[in-house]
Design a protein around this ligand. Structure first.
Ligand code: GAL
Length: 740
């Protein structure tokens, strides 16, 4: 058997003393459910020491009689930043580092006829002995048991993981190598190990081998040959397969895809087709609870990146991220650059040892994700350390011969020890300055596979409620960057800094503990118009986009006016009308953005027979193949007309075998009479929740530029959650979410 029990309900207290290991009283503890943040924090302006403390998680547990005589393991998917796990007063294991899972066997430490007591000491301080700490870092790592915990029950032979390696992917007959990593309590001979390749639940192939297994850890290789009729995994059509391995009554499954990747000096190829990266970096943090977001919200981020921002790659800066996020990337065909934890600083030998372990754990955990195309094995923007990076490269290559390594650099001429030269090139994305030539970055005479992993970022921090001019420039920097990179055939593509605003230390960002570098804010609300630029790069058949980059006023820019006007759109022409007459027709400015599939429109002049004192309503209509597909109206005198509430999901799950609780986001927006967002509106707002749901974060806050969002989470009961909000002027509609 192989049974995974969720183990997410704990008791929690905000400190830890040595007596906790043996003290059986629950005084001072409160019940919590994992993913859990050790401390909720304000949105901004807080002392980042408030979550950096030791805390204690406790759980009592009786082993059901059906599991007596079985092997039992406890697995933690992520604890920030270090954990000591005690069972019945005895230390069963310790783990340093927030981003990789760890598992301990507890079979011999459990008592079977009585209650067992787990105590976890969680250290959320920034310990200089643990990567990424030791110097400064531009992000927060928060604290707590912030990813799921499970109890795994197995027979004598425990399957630890599978490594699924498709081969001859571009040939009609393909191969698949299945490596089963397992662990047996006793030596066993001739045990049948069966691997089944499944597509949508139906078996494509089955192979059985009968190896002799030594006691302890070992691996079994199974090769499937002459596989025909296999559908490839591709960003446009991400076909996934499952391998199921059975040993006696234990079944272990994992998902993967058949696809071939190649980084060449002239670009990146997927399944033999050239593809240019247009991506964004992602931090995994959220308002108030930091990293502790459950499955649905993690998956939603991947959807936002692929659907709303139309990017084709994301970098998990600067650490391995939630498996839920990666699973969704596999399902929707969003490529991933995954990297080890770290930021500029390299510590001592023990620190490097942990960092090497992080590389190993990352590659082993995530090997089977077809979305991952490159491993980042160099601490982001660190200095040279030839020996250390020989090791990180070797570890990744030894485990995974199918993917290249990259190492993110930011100064020129750094040691090139990886397969792909990766550069944070902040020269990218200016109107009259261009990205570095790759030979200048690398200091090499010959070309190598090369990509850009960050641009814009700190060169143009932007808030959702900044001035029109500033936000137009923000959108343009992203557009200029992707445009120039698209035109350089010697670059695989570029990833910009970054997708979402994030909390940071006081030394970085805007001083209020926020880095406003996202094209969306921390609530994943779009910044107009950088988010619209990204959205505009998708096919209009999928979603037409029409975003004239203006507040439709004469007075928000320096020196007045709203020209030049940029329109971010994927339409082939845009008509401008006022007073019901057609005033002008605009076409994409291909001469200015030759590299972009959907060039923004730059309008120098509009002939309007009014002056700024007699302003008029404006109307833009976007056409695709001569048919009108989208309209945008502007009111000359915007005023708030309604407070609209909209939820990401109408249905949630009360309890799920693999998830502790469910969550969804509700966006509240005050719109004007034309339905437009009111980007300078800041007023108090109160959320009202009833039914089996609870707010994450405060119930009273302020609108940030006409908009705000809140996540509600389930309490474990089924029913209907009703959410609405009130401002001084409006009561919103009521959003109903059914919890099943
Ligand atoms: C980079 C760094 C990122 C972020 C960014 C801000 O140098 O890699 O983590 O700090 O700057 O622009």
């Amino acid at each position: 058997m192989r049974k995974v029990l969720q183990f997410n309900d704990w008791l929690y207290r905000k400190n830890f003393t040595a007596e906790d290991v043996t003290d059986c009283s629950d005084r001072g503890f409160c019940p919590v459910t994992v993913p859990h943040a050790n401390q909720e924090i304000p949105l901004n302006y807080f002392d980042e020491k408030i979550y950096q403390f030791l805390s204690c998680y406790k759980k009592t547990f009786r082993v059901p009689t059906e599991y007596w005589g079985k092997r039992v393991f406890i697995e933690f998917e992520g604890v920030a930043n270090a954990a000591e796990v005690y069972l019945n007063g005895k230390l069963v294991g310790e783990h340093k580092g927030a981003y990789t899972p760890f598992k301990f066997e507890i079979t011999d430490d459990l008592v079977y006829s009585e209650e067992n007591r787990f105590v976890v000491k969680v250290d959320s301080t920034e310990r200089p002995d643990i990567p990424p700490f030791g110097y400064l870092i531009d992000y927060l790592c928060y604290g707590g048991i912030y990813r799921e915990v499970s109890l795994i029950i197995t027979d004598e032979i425990a399957i630890d993981r599978l490594q699924l390696k498709p081969m001859d992917v571009m040939k009609p007959m393909k191969k698949l190598s299945v490596t089963v990593f397992l662990n047996s309590r006793k030596e066993k001979s001739g045990i049948p190990v069966t691997a089944r390749l499944l597509k949508d639940g139906a078996a494509v192939r089955e192979e059985t081998v009968r190896p002799d297994l030594p006691a302890g850890g070992s691996k079994v290789e199974i090769l499937m040959e002459e596989l025909s009729g296999i559908a490839l995994w591709d960003p446009e059509d991400p076909q996934l397969y499952t391998v199921e391995v059975q040993i006696e009554d234990s079944v272990y499954r994992d998902r993967f895809g058949f696809r071939e990747i190649r980084f060449a000096v002239d670009g990146f190829y997927l399944n033999g087709k050239k593809m240019k990266f247009r991506g964004l970096d992602r931090h995994q943090s959220y308002p108030y609870i930091g990293y502790a977001m459950p499955k649905r919200a993690q998956r939603k981020d991947a959807d936002i990146l692929k659907e709303d921002l139309a990017v084709n790659i994301v970098r998990t800066s600067h650490y391995p991220q939630s498996r839920h996020f990666l699973n969704r990337c596999d399902e929707i065909g969003l490529l991933v650059f995954e990297e080890l934890p770290g930021w500029q600083h390299i510590g001592d030998e023990a620190w490097k040892e942990l960092s090497c372990r992080d590389v190993k754990d990352m590659v082993e955990r995530d090997y089977n994700h077809p979305s991952i195309v490159i491993w980042g094995v160099r601490i982001n923007e660190s200095q040279n350390d030839f020996e250390f990076y020989e090791r990180t490269n070797r570890i990744a290559h030894e485990i995974d011969s199918t993917r290249p390594t990259g190492g993110v650099k930011y100064v020129e001429g750094v040691d090139f020890q990886e397969d792909v030269y990766v550069m944070n090139d902040f020269q990218t994305g200016f109107e009259c300055r261009k990205h570095r030539d790759q030979n200048i970055s690398t200091g090499l005479k010959k070309d190598v596979p090369y990509m850009i992993s960050e641009f814009v970022g700190l060169f143009h921090p932007t808030k959702r409620f900044d001035t029109e001019q500033h936000r137009v420039e923000h959108a343009l920097r992203h557009a200029w960057g992707h445009d120039e990179i698209a035109l350089d055939d010697r670059i695989c593509g570029a990833i910009a800094w970054c997708a979402f605003d994030y909390n940071t230390h006081y030394q970085f960002g805007s001083g209020d503990r926020v880095c406003y570098h996202g094209v969306m804010d921390m609530f994943r609300l779009p910044k107009h118009w950088a988010a619209d630029f990204y959205a505009s790069q998708q096919d209009p058949e999928v979603r037409p986009i029409l975003a004239p980059a203006t507040m439709w006023t004469n007075g928000d820019r320096q020196n007045g006016g709203f020209l030049p006007l940029y329109i971010f759109t994927n339409c082939d022409k845009v008509e401008f009308r006022f007073r019901d007459t057609l005033a002008a027709t605009f076409y994409p400015s291909r001469h200015l953005f030759a590299g972009l599939k959907h060039a923004p429109i730059r309008v120098e002049k509009i002939k309007m027979d009014w002056d700024c004192w007699s302003w008029e309503d404006g109307e833009f209509i976007g056409y695709v193949n001569n048919a009108p597909v989208i309209e945008k109206h502007f009111a000359k005198d915007p005023y708030p007309a309604a407070l609209v509430a909209k939820s990401d999901d109408d249905e949630l799950t009360a309890q799920h075998p693999e998830e502790a609780y469910d969550t969804t986001r509700i966006v509240f927006e005050e719109v004007d009479q034309a339905g437009n967002s009111m980007d300078f509106l800041m007023e108090p707002i109160e959320f009202i929740v009833s039914g089996p749901g609870r707010l994450i974060g405060p119930d009273k806050t302020a609108m940030q530029g006409g908009c705000i969002a809140a996540w509600v989470k389930t309490t474990g009961e089924p029913g209907i959650i009703r959410v609405h909000a009130k401002t001084s002027r409006f009561v919103s509609n009521v959003v109903e979410i059914t919890v099943r």
